[in-house]
Design a protein around this ligand. Structure first.
Ligand code: ADP
Ligand code: MG
Length: 717
């Protein structure tokens, strides 16, 4: 039972005109609740303004005073503009300077009251100055729109003389305005409104109620420790972060719970005959991790409700065969299987591997069961083939269909889709997952990812799924050696290439393209490939990039896989899934441009066979600190889970998967790294309540409405 003020659209706040409402909307803020859950970015202690005379070099200080004069100052450096203002309080005056912000001449003016917050420095003969300070112009309450003044506190109470919240500026919304809006919204909250956090949790944690927590988070009392506020560890802040996680996790738990009430049409059974069929397909002994994962999956398939399982395993851990064995079980039960991959290269590769493994000729000693009919449906399948294929799928003549996104197009219909497998799930959104599943009557869904998702992110993105993790790699793998080198030492990489190829191995050279559709970018990759062909006239070199036609790509990939090419110069189109065990060396050009997870995926193309592998990361100086961190992490570990955690820390969850379409929901207040412990607790509390049937009906109604609003398509239940 959401209270009305919280769900009130922001236009109803005083001072929010259409332009500001639009800016707020762009920042994802529609309701009062949205605004109040937008935490300050940080806090400043302005409760004790320092007197100017007490300032010393090296201090970070807040002062308030009057602008005596302000203007652009002369500097000797051409093109460099320095705006400066002389500010005076009762005790003295100090110069404030802002480098390269000439526009301030229209903002900071003589006679204004101003608050400065920044670092005090000694500046040669000029004495003390505050360099590039945060500042606020204080308008006297009497000077503002008289009609609106009544409900607001005077500015001096909001922006100075207290610990003040600093919000991120959005569009035309300054931090001052947000402070005013937040104050206004808080002032209108009734006491004893609905609280999504259950009372027993509040009591146990000694957390404040919702309204108190919101006040303390936005306008902390002056005895609050500023360090705790800025670390977001006060009880009020943690309570709100918990709430944020808890509401979301309750939504996921409801979804999972409701899924378990669904009765699927096609329930698989497993008997000795089927086990025999699966064994006949298997070209090697499964690792323990693979066996456990398969056991989870097959158990799910025999349940009355649809499987929703995420199979995680580092690059090269052998997920494909596990999925294929699950497919055999479904097919032996007479059901169809859809196997969706994110790129054509990968779909083709899966199709070839699977067709080979399922080839009746290979299955000697098998029970001689029905040959499985496997087909490929990707963007490059000719329309004639497609014309035959689609009805065959609809009739049920095709048992296993491998494909790209083409599989979820409207005109693809199945007779009896029992199992949907989605490879490299992070490339697809939650929505696509749903669309493929909707092609059947609640089929089992298995999604796989080689991007080891940090646990906290897995909880948010996949909290409604069960998770199996394949730990460890198939036997005989040797660790990959990773070397970071300045690209001026490219010759050493070339020497390594020659060595490996002479030993009969193959090499990837990876060239980054920010945008494969950019002609200039493509030219650079092409030039690279030509240069390599010139340097190694004795070797067979080919180029692979995303703009090539489907069958050209496939032809190059097949030649490389068959050992008919020595060097494959490629863009990141080989990033996911490609499996050529004889390739043992990868040279990455401009490694500083790649993200950490992406580098890990790329490196996963080597080290897939018996031979030792090496990855050379060439960087071009100057590189950023972040880039240095990334390459260092690569050299230090090849454990995908460790890398994923580091990547999350470096980039933040929003960027983790590169795109928003991945379906990673925006959390309002929480931070997956900083607040990992709260997320775990929210997850457990939510599941316990939903599964135990002790979820309060008001909370359930609230969660549904939040999900509806925030995630639109992805509804609960
Ligand atoms: P990923 O998990 O990255 O998708 P793949 O399924 O492509 O990995 O498997 C990587 C390689 O390991 C393939 O060449 C596959 O044939 C091989 N492989 C998988 N499982 C085993 C195993 N149990 N023993 C030996 N080789 C295996
Ligand atoms: Mg794979």
């Amino acid at each position: 039972m959401p209270e009305d003020v919280m769900q009130m659209p922001l236009q109803y706040l005083k001072g929010v005109g259409p332009r500001k409402a639009a800016d707020l909307k762009k920042a994802g803020l529609n309701t009062v609740e949205d605004l109040l859950f937008r935490f300050p970015r940080r806090y400043e202690d302005r409760s004790r303004m320092q007197s100017i005379i007490s300032l010393r070099p090296g201090m970070t200080a807040a002062v308030t005073g009057t602008v005596l004069n302000a203007g652009l100052a002369q500097t000797r450096r051409p093109g460099f503009k320095l705006f400066s203002a002389l500010v005076q309080d009762d005790s003295g005056h100090i110069q404030a300077v802002w480098p390269n912000q000439a526009f301030l001449k229209d903002v900071v003016k003589s006679q204004q009251r101003i608050v400065l917050f920044g670092k005090v420095e000694l500046w040669g003969s000029r004495g003390l100055q505050i360099t590039d300070p945060e500042f606020e112009i204080i308008k006297d309450a009497a000077l503002r729109d008289p009609g609106s003044a009544s409900a607001d506190p005077p500015d001096s109470q909001l922006h100075t003389g207290r610990i003040v919240p600093v919000y991120e500026r959005t569009g035309s919304l300054t931090t001052n305005m947000q402070r005013r809006f937040v104050w206004q919204a808080l002032s209108q909250l009734p006491d004893g409104g609905f609280d999504p956090v259950p009372a027993d949790i509040l009591e146990r944690e000694r957390w404040p109620d919702r309204k108190t927590a919101l006040w303390q988070t936005h306008f902390p009392s002056s005895d609050t420790a500023i360090e705790a506020l800025n670390a977001f560890t006060t009880a009020a802040q943690r309570r709100l972060v918990f709430e944020d996680f808890f509401v979301f996790q309750t939504g996921l738990a409801l979804r999972r719970h409701e899924n378990a009430q669904v009765r699927k049409l096609l329930v698989s059974k497993v008997d000795d005959r089927i086990r025999q069929c699966a064994r006949a397909v298997l070209p090697f002994k499964l690792t323990e991790g693979q066996r456990d994962a398969l056991a989870d999956i097959v158990a799910d398939m025999q349940r009355t409700w649809p499987m929703q399982r995420l199979l995680q395993g580092d690059v090269g851990s052998g997920k494909t065969i596990v999925a294929l064995l699950a497919a055999v079980v479904a097919m032996e039960n007479g059901f169809q299987v859809a196997f969706m991959a994110p790129t054509e290269i990968l779909a083709e590769q899966h199709y070839r591997t699977i067709a080979k493994m399922l080839d009746p000729g290979r299955r000697s000693g098998a029970t001689g069961g029905t040959p499985y009919r496997v087909a490929l449906l990707s963007g490059r399948v000719t329309s004639a083939t497609r014309r035959d294929l689609l009805p065959a799928i609809e009739r049920g003549d095709i048992h296993l269909i491998v494909g790209t996104q083409a599989l979820i197009q409207q005109h693809v219909t199945f007779k009896a889709l029992g199992l949907a497998i989605i490879d490299e799930q992070h490339r697809f959104g939650v929505v696509q997952r749903g669309t493929l599943a909707a092609k059947g009557s609640h089929p089992d869904v298995l999604v796989m990812t080689a991007t080891p998702i940090p646990r906290t992110l897995a909880l948010t993105e996949c909290g409604d799924m069960e998770v199996s993790i394949i730990r460890g790699l198939p036997p005989g793998r040797q660790p990959i050696k990773t070397i970071v080198k300045a690209d001026s030492r490219r010759d050493e990489a070339f020497a390594l290439m020659r060595e490996e190829i002479t030993r009969g191995r193959q090499v990837y050279v990876i060239y980054p393209l920010v945008d494969e559709s950019e002609k200039i970018e493509l030219k650079a990759a092409t030039a690279m490939s030509e240069q390599i062909a010139r340097i190694f006239p004795e070797f067979r070199v080919a180029l692979l990039h995303g703009r090539m036609k489907g069958d050209e790509k496939d032809a190059v990939m097949q030649r490389f896989a068959a050992g008919q090419l020595d060097i494959l110069v490629s863009t990141t189109v080989v990033e996911v899934g490609v499996d050529v065990p004889n390739a043992t060396l990868m040279v990455v050009e401009h490694a500083e441009r790649f993200g950490l997870s992406q580098l890990h995926q790329l490196r996963g193309r080597i080290g897939r066979g018996r031979h030792a592998s090496t990855c050379v990361l060439l960087y071009q100086a100057p590189w950023t600190d972040d880039a240095r961190e990334r390459l260092k992490a690569m050299a230090e570990t090849s454990d995908g889970f460790v890398i994923a955690e580091r990547d999350l820390r470096l980039r933040g969850p929003g960027d983790f998967f590169g795109t928003r379409q991945s379906g990673v929901p925006m959390l309002r207040a929480g931070d997956l790294t900083r607040d990992a412990d709260l997320l775990e607790r929210a997850f457990e509390e939510a599941r316990r309540r939903v599964d135990g049937g002790i979820l309060h009906p008001d909370l359930q109604a609230y969660v549904r409405s939040v999900w509806q609003r925030q995630f639109g398509l992805i509804t609960v239940g």
